[in-house]
Structure formats: C-alpha cells, structure tokens
Design a protein around this ligand. Sequence first.
Ligand SMILES: *Cc1c(COP(=O)(O)O)cnc(C)c1O
Length: 435
Amino acid sequence: MPEDSAAIGPSYGFDTLQIHAGARPDPATGARQTPIYQSTAFVFRDADHAAALFNLQEVGYIYSRLTNPTVAVLQERIATLEGGVGAVCCSSGHAAQIMALFPLMAPGRNIIASTRLYGGTVTQFSQTIKRFGWSAKFVDFDDTDALKAAIDDDTRAIFCEGIANPGGYITDLRAAADIADAAGIPLIVDNTSATPYLCRPIEHGATLVVHSTTKYLTGNGTVTGGAIVDSGKFDWAASGKFPSLSEPEPAYHGLKFAETFGPLAFTFHSIAVGLRDLGMTMNPQGAHYTLMGMETLSLRMDKHVENAVKIAKWLENDDRITRVTYAGLESSPYYDRTKTVCPRGAGALFTFAVKGGYEACIKLIDSLEIFSHVANLGDTRSLIIHSASTTHRQLDENQQRAAGADPDVVRVSIGIEDPDDLIADLDQALSKATS
Ligand SMILES: *Cc1c(COP(=O)(O)O)cnc(C)c1O
C-alpha cells in the first residue's frame, strides 16, 4: 500500500484497524506516528477558505476547541472500531454523556436510564441534569414492560451500559434497541467497560455509543477523555422530536443539520454547536496517549478477560467469599447473554462479597500488595475499591444495591499482570481480612 494513500478502511480486521484507522503518514514530514499537533489555531489559506470552514461547506481545522488533527485521528479510529460513521472526542466520559444528550434534550424532556450504571453517571443523571431542566427515570432493563411503560411523550433517549459497572450485569441490547425503535427514540450505550473489542453496540441496534476513553481505550491510567460515536442510522427528522437536528438550528444561523449532513448530522452538530458552546474539548496531548493505548487494545482485552475468568473462578471456590458476580462465570444469570452481547468475554470488572462484611472488605483492601486501591478501572494494573464507601457513596442504599454495590462487596478491575501473582495476593489479604 503506498505511503501517501488514504487512511486504512473499515474492511480490515480489528487488530489492523486499532493501529491504523484514521492515521496517515504526516503529509508535511512523513512522520509515521501521529504527531501531537499542539496548536490552538490553524492558518486559513485565504478569506474564502475561512468563510467556507465557518459555513461548514468545507471540513478543516479552525481552532482546537472545535477540531484538531491529532484528536481527529482518534475520532476516526474510535468510529471505525465501533462501526459508526463519525465520532467526537471530549474531555472526559462524563462530558461525553452530556454532549450525547445535548442535541436531543430541552427543558422538560427526560431519558430512561438503566439502574445498573457507573455510580458517577447515576449522580449526573439523578441530580445534575435537573439544573438543565432535564430528568432521568431509572428502570431495571430486565423488566422490558417497565422499560416500555416508562417512556412518555417527553422521552428523548434510552441509556444503558452493555457490560454494566460494577455488578457483572449484561444488558440485552437488542431488546432495549427494539423498544427504543418502537418509540422513535435513540438508544445510547455506554461501552466503556466492554470496549469495541468485546462488544459493538451499533450491531445490536444502538444509535449512539459513548465512552470514557480514560479506561480501557487508553489502558494505562494516564489521561481522562470521552467519545461519542454516531451510528449514522437514526432518522432525526422522522418524528419532529429532535428540532436541534431536524429544524433550523438557531445556535448555528438556522442550519438544518439533518438535511445538510444526512447520516453525519449528529457528529457535525456535536462539533459545530456542542464543542463550540460547551467547550468540553479533548486536548491533543490527551488524544496522543489514548492513540498509543489503543494500538494494543485487543491484546490487552484478551489478557484482561483471561485473567478475570481465572481469578473469578478461584474466588468462587474459596469459602471466605460469599458470592462473585461476574458474567463470565457459568454460575452467572447473565452468562448466556454474553454469547450474543460480548462473545469475546464479559470484561474484567466484577464484584465479590466477603464474609465479614464491610469491616472485612476494608481490611482486605488495606492488606493487598499488588492491587491498588483507586477510584479507577480499565488500567493495565489490577485495581480494587469498596464501592459503597467511595464511588457509590452518593447513592442511597437502594440505589447502591440496584447498582451491585452492597456494603459487603468489593469491586475489582483485573489487570494484565501474572494471574498467579494476583491470586496469591488476594489469598494472603483474605487471610488477614477474615482471620
Ligand atoms: C469512568 C466511567 C465513566 C465516566 O468517565 P470519566 O472519564 O471518568 O468522566 C462513565 N461510564 C463508565 C462506565 C465509566 O467507567
């Protein structure tokens, strides 16, 4: 393939795309690795070029709050791996969630969200979005009748995680997508815990996919970031429910995004209005770290899953443990669902309950040597946290239980170290915690 050819297209295998998608040798220097374009602004060829860019008649670089060449490579890579038509990166996973909802929502509108979500997302949806006049109704997605019944005329999206953090829960994405389709609203899937290597929500009917790139996509615990991937499949004009996308958008001198950009309407709106006015931008240095991490995504995810299965099985057979909730175990009620939703494995996040409850959990965490006690997941390093006293602390006890964060439970994010070392570490720490 000639060096100056266009970026590698989506017909290649995952392992090829995770390294090449979106990237080209730098046209100015031939640099093989994607340069960090650490520049705030980009020079216009002339006044006509500048006008065309501002009118969105030509795609190019203006100012790094909106677009940046390093970030653009990452956007194209994530979109390709997810099977979407476009993606927009932003400053964190939580920023991605707000950016995903922003074009869809207005005061008085609501979303239906799964009860099984990252703790910070529950707080964002149950508290913070109220300040915008938006609201969320939380539903158990296994109860499809309740999910259907929760949708009303003001509902503008359904939101869930495929592999849900932290309780070992797998969402029946196809069932949720069918309900969203019937209601004429988009399904948004947070694919952070699975990554596109384990699960591709668009193939199950998702309209939008959001990511905290902070986690497995970067994979090394260096930077926060987020992304929104657009499937390009939703007809924003069909129902009249999404005027920002289908009607003249007053925030962009009356442009009709759906009419002008077709399947890329959401992506263009997210850049031209979302990033422009909300300013939740990813910086090029951050994009660089995430691009580096993504080159080894499949290798890491296979090892994460292999280690998680081995350690979950060991814990399940240990009499100091009362239960292990990992969908990769045959004992899990969600084991069968993994075969359709995430056939390459159920991820590497799970919880287990320790005999001795809250006190034993705290002692276990303080006695571990390899596992780090941090509020993070998806690192190469193994991590552990007591969700009830940390990440899920803002939730009441019912919300904690619904999210799988009971007081006697710890959450682990299994890394890619030697699994026998991790088991030995858990063994010695459990002895101290339960003696
Ligand atoms: C971490 C996380 C988020 C939030 O992402 P940030 O990058 O921390 O803002 C959202 N969803 C899931 C599943 C996460 O793990």
